[in-house]
Design a protein around this ligand. Structure first.
Ligand SMILES: NC(=O)c1ccc[n+]([C@@H]2O[C@H](COP(=O)([O-])OP(=O)(O)OC[C@H]3O[C@@H](n4cnc5c(N)ncnc54)[C@H](OP(=O)(O)O)[C@@H]3O)[C@@H](O)[C@H]2O)c1
Length: 338
């Protein structure tokens, strides 16, 4: 055993409703010595994603649920501290599903090396230039198929995925309307990111405001929220509109998902195309998205924001924050210094 101690969050119970302090337990154990073929990664940034809450449940999903007692699953970026694997050297920066822990001992099979000397900060590779940017890029462009002059609406618009979706839609010449949970976020979307309009989902006259912001109706809905937001949007969709079903965050805490949307028949009447997608299906094409997003970033056409939470012990609260809407941009937990 090495003398290093590994702090970890382990799943203690399947959450019911909002994530509770007792659903995860903090655990400390010695970091094991490396066997041949293994490497030890010191985790630096942990990505906190709404899907973490799905993985804690045993509902039907796109990956196996995290089992009770296991280290919580999570994507992270870290630095190789020691390696007995010829593919990796001390000092390499790597990215992968390294878990909610301070150190990961792995055979490196599913790790991606981040080349040194790249022009952007490491945090960018956990958001815009990582799985988040790819989600926005492929979801909008390949499923939403926006055309110049069309109206694109995006929910959770001031969050990680949504803030990028809206900017890509602007690059493609669309009218872009964001939906967010506070006036401050709406202001950021219109004044900093160039959205044409933004509507506070908590406004009592939300529907009227959204309708006014979309005078020509909605052609593409990039759906991150579901529930009442989706229902409102369906009512405003044009014939042949596309609904990109990226996420349903309003339902992830629900033990029994609510039925609906109640205006489901509008999908028929308006000939809508509603298509869900999971970004891991696009993994082989990630570089395509990252090259284009990096180019737009370098040209000043895209902005991104990182919302850092300090220390691994804050991870459960950082996740809970996503459901309270307390983040702006990509929520990361800083586990250790770069
Ligand atoms: N399909 C895929 O492969 C894929 C990949 C990545 C992410 N996603 C999905 O994309 C969505 C956004 O993920 P993200 O990582 O970018 O998170 P995020 O938008 O940075 O954070 C989540 C945001 O959701 C909003 N929200 C929370 N509860 C809500 C509710 N009840 N109703 C409406 N909005 C609510 C909050 O913003 P406001 O309070 O400002 O509304 C919050 O800031 C999630 O649904 C996620 O599951 C899907």
């Amino acid at each position: 055993m090495s003398d290093k101690v590994n702090g970890q969050w382990r799943l203690a119970a399947r959450p019911s409703g909002d994530l509770k302090d007792t659903d995860l337990t903090w655990h400390e154990e010695p970091v094991p010595e490396l066997k041949d073929g293994e490497l030890r990664v010191r985790n630096v940034y942990l990505s906190v994603d709404p899907t973490n809450r799905i993985w804690m449940t045993d509902v039907e999903q796109y990956m196996p649920p995290v089992q009770i007692g296991e280290v919580m699953r999570g994507a992270a970026i870290g630095v190789v501290e020691e390696s007995k694997n010829p593919e990796f050297s001390e000092g390499d920066v790597v990215q992968g599903v390294l878990g909610w822990q301070e150190y990961s001992v792995t055979d490196g099979a599913i790790l991606v090396k981040i080349p040194s000397g790249l022009p952007f900060p490491l945090t960018a590779y956990m958001g815009l230039l990582g799985h988040i940017g790819a989600t926005a890029y492929f979801g909008l462009l390949e499923i939403g198929e926006p055309k110049e002059g069309e109206t694109v609406v995006v929910s959770a618009a001031a969050g990680a995925v949504g803030s990028i979706v809206g900017q890509i839609a602007k690059i493609k010449g669309c009218r872009v309307v964001g939906i967010a949970g506070t006036d401050e976020k709406c202001k950021w979307l219109t004044e900093e990111l160039g959205f044409d309009a933004a509507v506070n989902r908590r406004s009592p006259d939300f529907r009227a405001q959204l309708k006014a912001a979309c005078p020509d109706g909605i052609d593409v809905d990039f759906e991150n929220a579901g529930g009442e937001i989706l229902e409102t949007i369906l009512g405003l969709c044009n014939l042949k509109a596309r609904v990109v079903l990226c996420g349903l965050i309003s339902q992830y805490n629900a033990d029994t998902p609510p039925p609906g949307p109640s205006n489901f028949p509008l999908i028929l009447m308006k000939r809508l195309r509603v298509e869900g997608f999971i970004i891991i299906d696009y993994q082989p094409r990630f570089m395509e998205a990252i090259m284009q997003l990096g180019q737009w970033l370098g040209q000043g056409k895209l902005k991104y924001r990182v919302d850092l939470s300090e220390g691994l012990k804050t991870a459960p609260a950082a996740l809970r924050d996503l459901f309270a809407g307390n983040n702006i941009g990509k929520r990361l937990v800083k586990v250790s210094d770069e």
